[in-house]
Design a protein around this ligand. Structure first.
Ligand code: HEC
Ligand code: HEC
Ligand code: HEC
Length: 201
């Protein structure tokens, strides 16, 4: 059965001209490319990332809306995807697919479905993001904030001094600027020593 299918698949067509076959191939290809772009766009808005999952709509999005990257003087916003996904193809598509599967699975399991669970998981999740950003020298931050374009005369003395550490390769943006898009989570205190067993009455 399988053998017959493969023989049919690889036999030159007697009915369809090469032109027709090429045309069909081009149409299928174009639909695939355009369809992918549309999907990336539709599933890449803050509205989608912030509300498609109940847990994000409840905690993550409202928290983000109070940050400088959503609400600021000049009205320019950073979207979730500007910070959380690679910008280059095909890395963006691969990261998007992985995040989509992981998030859908976690949403079904209810990993951060309540305030208590969200607060308990926050430090772990934030560390994943910090590690990624340290690993690529905060590439996504630099896609908007280009140090080469800084007018240091307009920056505070503190900023200019601290930014030398970046220029010297001693520290990257996220090591000093955590919590610019969400409330910065606190490191959980070490688990208290097990309570002594209650004395028998
Ligand atoms: C899509 C572009 C974009 C990306 C990506 C981005 N930012 Fe920003 N950032 C902005 C804008 C716009 C502002 C607000 C400017 C204003 O105040 O009008 C801002 C403000 C800031 C400020 C000033 C905060 C304050 O309180 O005034 C810091 C610090 C900062 N960003 C750091 C970062 C870091 C670190 C990252 C990476 C995690 C990052 N940004 C990613 C666009 C971006
Ligand atoms: C060693 C720590 C450190 C590193 C690394 C660092 N910054 Fe800063 N940054 C600071 C400090 C401190 C300030 C001043 C904060 C203030 O004045 O309130 C500052 C200020 C800023 C501001 C606000 C400037 C203004 O005039 O309002 C932006 C935007 C910013 N940093 C972005 C970045 C980006 C992007 C990177 C990576 C390319 C980066 N920083 C790396 C410590 C750092
Ligand atoms: C300016 C960059 C930036 C933007 C925009 C941004 N994030 Fe984040 N996100 C971060 C960083 C950095 C962390 C690590 C924790 C921190 O420093 O606040 C983080 C952490 C998180 C976490 C882990 C939980 C937590 O609260 O720390 C989730 C979930 C998350 N982001 C989702 C989103 C979603 C959804 C959006 C859009 C509504 C968004 N982020 C927008 C940079 C960003």
């Amino acid at each position: 059965m399988l053998g017959r299918f493969f023989r049919w698949l690889f036999t030159p067509s007697a009915r369809w001209s090469l032109f027709t076959l090429l045309l069909v191939g081009c149409v299928v290809g174009a639909v695939g490319v355009i369809g992918t772009q549309v999907m990336v766009h539709v599933t890449g808005t803050d509205e989608f990332c912030g509300t498609a999952c109940h847990s994000h709509a409840q905690f993550v999005y409202p928290d983000h809306k109070t940050s400088v990257h959503y609400n600021n003087r000049t009205g320019v916003r950073a979207a979730c995807v500007d910070c959380h996904l690679p910008h280059a193809y095909p890395a963006k598509l691969i990261a998007k697919a992985k995040a989509g599967i992981k998030d859908a699975y976690a949403e079904m399991r209810g990993t951060i479905s309540t305030k208590e669970k969200f607060e308990a998981e926050r430090w772990r999740m934030a560390n994943i993001v910090w590690d990624e950003m340290k690993a690529d020298n905060s590439a996504n931050c630099r896609s908007c904030h280009d140090p080469a374009a800084w007018d240091v005369k307009k920056q505070s003395e503190d900023a200019v001094k601290a930014h030398k550490k970046f220029t010297n390769g001693k520290a990257t943006c996220i090591e000093c600027h955590a919590g610019v898009a969400h409330t910065e989570p606190e490191e959980p205190k070490a688990a208290p020593a097990a309570a002594p067993a209650a004395a028998p009455k």
